[in-house]
Design a protein around this ligand. Sequence first.
Ligand code: 9MR
Length: 392
Amino acid sequence: MSSPSDAKHTLINNRCDKKMTKTVLPATIIFLMLLASSCSNKETGLKDAFEGDFLIGTSLDARQILGTDKEAQSFIVKNFNSITAENAMKWENIHPYPGKYDFALADSMVSFGQKNGMFIAGHTLVWHSQTPDWVFQDSVGAPLTRDALIERMKDHISTVVGHFKGKVKGWDVVNEAVDEDGSLRKTKWLEIIGEDYIQLAFEFAFTADPGAEFYYNDYNNEFTDKREGVIAVINKLQQKGVKIDGVGIQGHWHLDSPDLNVIDESISKYASLGLKVMITEMEVNVLPTPPEVYGADVSQQAKYLESLNPYPGGLPDSVSNLLAQRYADLFSILLKHKDAVTRVTFWGVNDGYSWKNDWPIKGRTNYPLLFDRNYKPKPAYYAVIKEAEKQR
Ligand code: 9MR
């Protein structure tokens, strides 16, 4: 079975380490020069700074998967060793109508990842959002029975996981099933099937590809109340002997929140359950956030005001430096937990692609990632690299 840590080791073994030339005998120098030249087309980037620590991933959208953004693919190969479909594997896209699956875009992403030796993460199988209404209804629009919805969920999971068997190495099986207060989110899944829909989803995924890893994924699950709810879900699965390999903390973070201690403590708590911990959708928002839309609930929207879009023409150095410091602090915590943290995935390849330009307020100009709109590394990028180098 291949896992993120296997992938880590493969990457280490494949590395072209230029430092080697310093200590070898002269007779082997020509051989090493040849080796170096055969390696020279492998440009190093962000991912290489964390080699042996954890994978560095990014989400991909259609423009990157299909290569309509000409610069994107080589940039991605250079900087990331894991990919996640930002939307292509969600129910409404991959299974838009009853009995009709559309794998075209997701297949392209998977072959891109395979070709480049990347860890491919599957996002997501069971979620309340981006799941068409028909999923919960019968042919005349009446609510499905429990048994019928279980059957439909089973068909979806078996078909999607089965389709990517052996290629997608880890799945966000259930996404965002817990509310801020730690109770189960009131979704159609819960309403129609009941609490055991989570267990059933994990079981169906395991049956479809026993060699893959299976994760529970959520946002704000580093905060105490929600975290306790997520831990209760995980405990229940583990007590029943259901295979769960990891937990995804999405990491839709801000300049001043969450507190670093909260993240630190949460990683320890999840790791103590024997789980891998992944930051699955990382970014750091730099814009003012109305308190009522804190989190990542896409059904919420706030009203546009100019005062809430303060940097349309560029990020001032003062804020850029704050962002760099925040990223450095976050990565120092992640590196501290590198035994538990197996992957850190950014939600977007550069600032221009981030969903945070349009959520929770449409049409703002946000700067939440390590690369600017022209793929140029920002001070935050160098701050993160420095954190990686500190521990070498
Ligand atoms: O980034 C995604 C955006 O393009 C979609 O419009 C949105 C729709 O639900 O989903 C975004 O990604 C979400 C992810 O799938 C789950 N966690 C929250 C993310 C941000 O909303």
